[in-house]
Design a protein around this ligand. Structure first.
Ligand code: URA
Length: 242
């Protein structure tokens, strides 16, 4: 992405500062682009990918039919997630809202548009090396916070998605996503700016604000931009040798 494009995305994000790289060099064309593991044979890759796509389809069907919590009674449909199932980045939000419940895709309302701008500011695009999912697959009525029993029923699905995607980095957007992934009640402010880890794969997690919060509190977009730059630099470190 060139500097002009990035400036446009930052403008869409509502951030009017441009911070040049310390070494003054040109931006990498695609800082977040990924590739298959070059050390694996083509057959092994094909087998793994066939079995992963079977497991993915089975998981998707299970989620669509899930009745583990009472939210299945009020949802229009379960919102499984969207994006590249071999993505190196995983964005985790809270739960579907009204528009997501209607369309069956996460982050499609105004908050989703801002999330897309946030992703573009770090060289990512929906569907390209990013997968987007939520802590809950079903909409809580009135967009209330998820209840602990709902999270307990639904989190195993996200864990299985993570096991199949095996992202390099998880970006937790908002307090609900961060607290539930990290198993903490700490406020979001204290979770920002550090690398946490999630699950059996010990996947690195970085925390930032939820785009819906940023729509209500635009003054904090600058802090979100700091988080995104931090996430991008951690991602680059994690992938530097691969
Ligand atoms: N907010 C979320 O956390 N997730 C969505 O999918 C939409 C809005």
């Amino acid at each position: 992405m060139d500097a002009q494009q990035r400036a446009q995305y930052l403008e869409a994000l509502g951030i009017d500062v441009w911070v040049p790289r310390r070494d003054g060099s040109a931006e990498a064309a695609s800082p977040a682009s990924g590739a298959a593991d070059p050390s694996r044979g083509a057959d092994a890759d094909a087998d793994a990918s066939a079995s992963a796509s079977g497991a993915w389809a089975a998981l998707r069907a299970e989620v669509a039919a899930c009745t583990k919590c009472s939210l299945h009674r009020t949802r229009t449909q379960a919102v499984f997630g969207v994006g590249d199932i071999r993505a190196q980045w995983l964005v985790v939000g809270e739960a579907p809202g009204a528009e997501e419940d209607r369309r069956g895709e996460p982050f499609v309302g105004r908050a989703g548009q801002l999330l897309d701008s946030m992703l573009r500011a770090v060289g990512l695009a929906r569907g390209e090396n990013v997968y987007i999912a939520n802590i809950l697959k079903s909409r809580p009525p009135g967009n209330r916070d998820p209840k602990p029993e709902e999270v307990a029923s639904c989190l195993p699905y996200l864990k299985r998605q993570i096991g199949l995607i095996r992202p390099v980095l998880i970006l937790a957007v908002g307090r609900i996503a961060a607290q539930n992934l990290l198993g903490t009640a700490s406020p979001l402010g204290s979770l920002r700016g550090r690398v946490h880890h999630f699950g059996e794969l010990n996947t690195p997690v970085i925390v930032t604000y939820h785009p819906a919060y940023l729509l209500r509190t635009p003054a904090d977009k600058r802090k979100a931009w700091e988080d995104l730059k931090f996430a991008r630099s951690v991602f680059r470190e994690l992938t530097a040798s691969s």
